[in-house]
Design a protein around this ligand. Sequence first.
Ligand SMILES: NC(=O)c1ccc[n+]([C@@H]2O[C@H](COP(=O)([O-])OP(=O)(O)OC[C@H]3O[C@@H](n4cnc5c(N)ncnc54)[C@H](O)[C@@H]3O)[C@@H](O)[C@H]2O)c1
Length: 717
Amino acid sequence: MKGTVLYEVQENVAILTVDNPPVNPLSDGVRTGLYECITNAEDDDSIDAVVLTGNGRAFIAGADISEFGGNVEGISLNDVFKKLEFCKKPIVAAINGIALGGGLETALCCNYRIASKTAFVGLPEVNLGLLPGGGGTQRLPRLAGPAEALKMMLTGSHVSAKQALDLGIIDNIAEDIVTESIEFIKEKAKSTEIHPKVRDFNEKMIEARGNDTVLLEAQAMAAKGRKGQFAPGQIIKCVEAAINIDDFDEGLKKEGDYFLECLVHPQREAMIHIFFGERAASKISDVPKDTKIMDIKKAGIIGSGTMGGGIAMCFANAGIPVHIIDQDQENLDRGISVIEKNYDFMVNRGRLTSEQKESIFGSISTGLDYKDLSDCDIVIEAVYENLELKHEIFKSLDEIVKEGAILASNTSGLDIDSIASVTNRPELVVGTHFFSPANIMRLLEVVRGKQTSDETLATVMAIGKKLRKAAVVSLNAPGFIGNRMLFRYTAQANMLLLEGALPHQVDQALESFGLNMGPFRMMDLVGLDLGWRARKLSGKESPLHAKIGDELCEQNRYGQKSKAGYYNYSEGSRAPNPAPENEKTYEKISCENGFTRREISDEEIVDRCILALINEGADILSEGVAQRAADIDVVYINGYGFPIWRGGPMHHANAMGLDKVIEKLEKYREITGNDVYKPSDMLLKLAKEGGKLGEAPNKTERKEKLDFAMSSVANNF
Ligand SMILES: NC(=O)c1ccc[n+]([C@@H]2O[C@H](COP(=O)([O-])OP(=O)(O)OC[C@H]3O[C@@H](n4cnc5c(N)ncnc54)[C@H](O)[C@@H]3O)[C@@H](O)[C@H]2O)c1
C-alpha cells in the first residue's frame, strides 16, 4: 500500500501525520491509515482530541490520480470522510501546506481548520474534467457561500491562507501550526461538548434560496472560461442541490451521481491524458535521469521586441536576473517600456503589489554592449527571423559569453544545426521556441539540434519547469512540431475557401468544435503579409492554398494591422466584421484556378482541418520529431488553442478510432484529390495492429525527417 499515517500522542492529543511523500496524496495506505488512526484515537480513553496534519511541505495535495481508471483498493475515501466527520473526539485539521481537492475535502470533514501562513487551499478537480466528489461541492458553499465556492470550483484556482480565513474556510492562521493546533483543540475539548460540523452550517444556503443570480453568474463564468466543458455544469448543479435541498446527505447523494457522470465522460479521460502528458513531456527517453543540470543564475536576452521582452519577463518572474541587449537605444527603450507597462497592468489588476513589481522589474537590466552578457549562464537570441543575422549574433555570443554557457535561439523555424555550426560549442546550442505573448503562453518547444548535449537539453527542460512552462522536446526539423501542423491546418482552411466556403463559416465551424479562434481570425491576427512577402522574395509561384491570401495582400488587406483582411476591423477593435467585398475576390481566384465553388458542410470543414492536423501529427511522430503522441497534444493545446477537453489532436484520433480516421482520410482524399489526406504509414500500421498513437518508433524504424532545404513548410515560416 502507498503512503501511511503516523500516530503520536502529546498531552492527551492524538497527532495524525499523513506521510506519503512528496505531497501526501490520499493513496490507499493513507486512507487506511486515517481510518485506523481515528479508530485508535476514539478507542483510547486517554485521548481528548485529534490534530490532523501532513508531513513535509503539503497537508494533502489531493486524491491519488494514479488510481484513476483502475480498481481502487482498500478503504474508500467516503468511508474515511464519514469516520472523520463523525469521530467521537474533536478534530482540527492543521493545514501545514497545500490542501487541494481531496486534501481540502478532508479538512472540511474536520470540526476545525487552522492553516499556516504559507498554506493554500482549493478544489481544482475541474481541471481534470471532474467535480469535487468528496463532499466539496456541499461543504465549501456552506463555509464560503455559494458565489465564492463556485468561483473557486469553476476556476480550479486556489486561495491563500489569508483569503481562506476571510472567506470563512478556515478558523485561524498559525505560525507554529502543530503546537498551536494542539493548544487550540485542547481548549475546545475542555470548553465544549458539541463541536461544529460543516454539514450543519445551513445559513448561507438558506440565504441563497430563491435567488438564481449566483447560479446564472456561475453559468456565464463557465461559458466564458470553460467553453464546451462538461464538469462545470455538473458543479453548478451540485451547488444548486446544496442550496435547495435541506437534507445534507441527499445533497451528497446528488453530488455522487453527478460525479459519476463526469467520471465516465470522455472529457475526463482527455483532460487526465493532458495532465499526465505534461508531466511525461519532461522525460526524454534517451537522456539519463541523473544527467547533470547546470545552475542558471543569470540569463541574457538579445532583442527586446515582442518575444525578447516576454521571455525576459518569464525569467524575472521566476527570480532569475536577466540582462537584455538590443541593437540601438530606441529599440531598447521601446522594448523596456512595454515590459514596464505589462507589470503596471498587473499591479493595476491586483496581481502584483508595487513592491513586488519594483523587485521583479528591478531584476531586469538593459544595455547595448554584448560584453555585458559574458557572465550569463544562458543567452536567448530573439532578433528578426533571418538566418544570416542569427549566424552573426551566435558568432559574437560564442566569443563573448563565458565557456560552458548555453546559447539558445527563439527562432520559429530556422535550422538550429545551421545556427550551432557557426559556434565552437554546438553541444551547448539549442532552440527555445516560446510562444507569443511569451509571458503568458505556457508552451515552450525545446528544439534539440544534432549536437545538443544531454546536459544542455536537461537544463533547458528544467528551466522550462522553473518558468512554469509546458516544455516539449522537438527534433530540429522544419516547423518543429506545432508550426508544421499549423501549416497543414491553415492550408486546408484556405483550400476550403478556394472550394466555396467563406471565412466566417470555417471559423464558426472550428470554434464550435472547440478551437479558441478559427483559422481566418488567426491569420488576420498574425498578418497575411508575412507569408506573402516571403513568397514574393522567393520568386516562385504561390501554392494554391496561398492564392487568395496573396491577392488580399495585393489589395493592402494584411489583416488586423491594416484594419482589413479576411474580415474588416473598426478602429481600436479586434472584433471581426464580415467583409462581403472579398467575395468577388474569392470567386475570381476560385474560377482562375479551376474550382467550381460549392456548398461545404460544417462537418466537412471540421473533418478536413482536424484530419490534416492528425495526419501531419502522425508523420511527425513516425519521424521521431516528437517523442510521443501526448507531446504533440501538449503542444497543440498549450500553443494553438486546441480544446483541452478533446485531449489534443492525437488523443482525439485515438478516441475516434484509427480505423475511422483512415476511412475519413480516404474519403477526403477521394473528394479533393489532395495527398494531404493520404493516410500516414504510421496510422495504417497502427490501425492494422489495433494499436493507438503513442510512443515514437525507435531510431531504426523511424521515417526519414523532413529536410529544411526541401521543405515547403520551412519556406512558410
Ligand atoms: N512574434 C511572434 O509571434 C514569434 C513567436 C515565436 C517565435 N518568434 C521568433 O522570435 C524571434 C523574434 O521575433 P519578434 O517577433 O520578437 O521580433 P521583433 O521584431 O518584435 O523584435 C526583434 C528585436 O530584435 C532587435 N534586434 C535586431 N537585430 C539585432 C541585433 N543585431 N542585436 C540586438 N538586437 C537586435 C530589434 O531591434 C527588435 O527589438 C524571431 O526569430 C521570430 O521568428 C516570434
